[in-house]
Design a protein. Structure first.
Length: 256
């Protein structure tokens, strides 16, 4: 993997994009490396939460322009393979049974914005910028549109997709594109604190929470409540839950 760097820090698995000289532009190799990295941490029993970040001044400015130029005369099959490679990464982020927290510094544009939006949580540096400017280049934010529409709703999504405008971290937070904006002075500290906070929860409850959260997209209100009942029963049957309840009750005054 020469496009990403992997590091497991206790219960935190870190995936860092490492093409700072190209503002972490996303090419086919990076997409394949990201997919492999996500699979590696998914199978790591010691990893409870995944941190996705970028080295350098920008998180990811989108597709690699040089690679796009080389593919101008490629056939439909080649274009389809490239699009599917990015689609696999977006699907993998959502399918993981572990939370993925994206830390965005600098620009997150096009497929780079899509990567961030697909994550479960997005913490944005106060100077970060987000945008889906593909329409200006005769392209469509095609795979990214699915996660964007779910994240911000159709009117905000249409605004971003049809104008291609770039928005500040503050506006991104206001419309629901990011979880919260973090001051520059405490950016790294707050990222690490959030990752630690998530990692302290049992792996089973994290997995069940994430599974149900996205399962609700395809369910009616009534079916969502029913799925919640099933998930609640599953959670209560886990040893993690039983141990937590015993710990809490053992702290009561007079408990023997």
């Amino acid at each position: 993997m020469n496009r990403v760097r992997l590091l497991r820090d206790g219960a935190v698995g870190r995936i860092i994009l490492v093409r700072p000289e190209r503002s972490n532009a996303l090419d086919r190799q990076m997409a394949d490396d990201l997919f492999a990295a996500l699979a590696q941490f998914e199978s790591d029993p010691l990893c409870r939460v995944i941190h996705l970040g970028g080295e350098g001044d920008d998180f990811c400015v989108g597709a690699d322009i040089d690679e796009l130029e080389l593919s101008l005369d490629a056939g439909t099959d080649a274009h389809r393979a490239d699009a599917e490679a990015i689609g696999r990464v977006l699907l993998a982020i959502r399918a993981l049974m572990k939370p993925v927290v994206c830390a965005v510094r600098g620009r997150a544009l096009s497929s780079g914005a899509g990567l961030a939006t697909a994550c479960d949580m997005v913490l944005a540096h106060e100077g970060a910028e987000f945008g889906y400017p593909e329409v200006r280049l005769g392209l469509v934010s095609a795979m990214e549109m699915t996660v964007l529409r779910r994240a911000v709703g159709e009117k905000h999504a249409a605004d971003l997709l049809l104008t291609g405008r770039i928005v500040s971290a503050e506006e991104a937070e206001r419309i629901g594109l990011v979880s919260r904006v973090v001051p520059a002075a405490t950016f790294d500290e707050e990222i690490n604190a959030t990752l630690e906070q998530v990692s302290l929860s049992p792996a089973t409850s994290l997995a069940l929470t994430k599974w149900l959260f996205y399962k609700l997209d395809a369910l009616s209100f009534e079916d969502g409540i029913a799925a919640g009942v099933v998930t609640s029963v599953e959670a209560r049957a886990t040893e993690d839950f039983k141990a937590a309840v015993r710990r809490l009750t053992s702290r009561r005054p007079g408990h023997e």
